[in-house]
Design a protein around this ligand. Structure first.
Ligand code: FES
Length: 135
């Protein structure tokens, strides 16, 4: 049942960019489980959000292996380029910046993601290229 629930939450998150409260309650009714359980699963996975996010979500891995590979400079470049702090969404609704724990590809750190796309061996210069590309 949890796999079904995760799949449904993934679909909602992809379709709407986040999982609104009304969708959590609807899903709970359909699956005949408490809304608190659905909310618990929705908030457990960092790739899901229960708050509105920008059109594009930039995630930066802040764990130690990426940090020692030059992550601080990459982190600063993301903040400067987007003019956002982690957890913030741009006023035009285009970008949300989030930090995340290990994405499982520490060998190519520093690592960042834009939506579902993963970038490894990122440099501050590469951040600018990635974030100023047409989307
Ligand atoms: S520590 Fe960054 S991907 Fe593992």
């Amino acid at each position: 049942m949890n796999n079904d629930l995760v799949a449904q939450l993934r679909e909602i998150n992809q379709r709407l960019g986040y999982i609104p409260r009304a969708e959590i309650e609807k899903l709970a009714r359909e699956m005949r489980v408490p809304a608190a359980k659905v909310l618990g699963v929705a908030t457990f996975y960092s790739l899901f959000s229960v708050k509105p996010r920008g059109k594009h979500v930039v995630r930066f891995c802040e764990d130690a292996p990426c940090h020692v590979a030059g992550g601080q400079a990459v982190y600063d470049a993301i903040r400067t380029t987007l003019q956002l702090e982690p957890g913030q969404t741009s006023a035009d609704g285009k970008w949300t910046f989030e930090v995340t724990s290990c994405l499982g590809i520490c060998g190519v750190g520093p690592v960042m993601m834009v939506d579902d796309e993963v970038y490894g061996n990122v440099t501050p210069e590469r951040v600018v290229e990635i974030l100023t590309a047409d989307r």
